[in-house]
Design a protein around this ligand. Sequence first.
Ligand SMILES: Cc1ncc(COP(=O)(O)O)c(C=O)c1O
Length: 432
Amino acid sequence: MNPQAAQLNETIHKANPHVYDMLSTLGKEIYFPKLGILSQSAEAKTKAKKFNATIGTALENGTPMHLGVIQETLSAYDPKDLYEYAPAPGKPELRAAWLKKMVADNPSMAGKSFSNPIVTNALTHGLSIVADLFADSGDAVIYPDKNWENYELTFGIRRGAEIVNYPLYDETGAFNATGLKEAILAQQSKGKAIVVLNFPNNPTGYTPNAEEGRKIVEAVLAGAEAGINVIVATDDAYFSLFFEDSLHESIFGSLCGLHPRILPIKIDGATKEEYVWGFRVGFITYGGDGEHADLLAALEQKTTGIIRATISSGPHPSQTFVLRALTSPGFEEQRQEKFRVMKGRANKVKTVLDNDSYSDAWDYYPFNSGYFMCLKLKTVNAETLRQHLLEKYGIGTIALGDTDLRVAFSCIEEPGIQELFDSIYSGVKDIE
Ligand SMILES: Cc1ncc(COP(=O)(O)O)c(C=O)c1O
């Protein structure tokens, strides 16, 4: 094993042997080269005042070389904030700004210990880093039966993990914390479980309330107390879009410092929150125990190693754009403005759906947040309906399994919502 990897492992093991045991083989072997090109170049950046001949970029007139046809459309930005490589763990100013925002948005993080957020190439990348560092073939990855399909590729196909599903809702339509707990406790023989929590949920648009949130934390704690090492990744992709009286913050904060066998990892980013889907700016943050800053630093190093080994560094222009947004005086107000638009759509969907005349065609799963809601069809097959809606009505939806049809109300302006559901209903009647 590379001595730098061995050193990181020793630090992690000394601080918390359970976290060491959570690492995958790749997680144990990865490191960020201390004396590699990036660190030598970073050192030269501060000290090489005469000639800096370290890195594979190009300079001209003291700034990064660039083409006028690109810069003329980006003239508000300094070339150094666009063309140079961003550091592998991300622009330091952006990391600081996101940390500040995260703590402000999540009061339960106050007084807790966690790492500096590391910039990822958006949330998918953050999840795949979790998979790389912690999932080995056969490890259990636990998430509900209603989920974002890409988890299957990220954890199952790419890392060979065993996917364990539990029903998202219980019989009362609340979050099924009992199902989660049973799924975790069922991993006793493996001694390890990776739990993915995604609220607001894709595809249902559900976020638990405070009581359900407490039960989720209890479920994870029960696993840890039973001797299972539990890695909990909170996928907070749709964070902040809480339209009703659900939890309005991530469960990450409540898990930090809870038990030595629990490693909380927050996956979040600008993608959906700041409506910059194509920018590819996300973050990964590790929860700590308040005592071992060196453990968090070692996990940051391992994460940066994975980034270096896969994408080397994230896109610099997007990081600059997001940083500028976060530090702009108008940011909060504009965010609120868009929140009201999204909430208006969600409310309108509820008003339209609380109409008995649809009740022979579908029920809908409880929703209170995010971009989506999901119909549970009673009489027709979801895929048949999806195709029919496309062909006859020019309406696009997502079929999930036999009965579920996901509707992204985020994409439908309020005046169109009644017609959308009327057409879906007509589509059902056409097929019946
Ligand atoms: C639950 C969930 N997590 C993560 C992502 C991926 O986000 P990103 O585009 O930032 O990779 C999505 C995107 O649809 C999602 O629905």
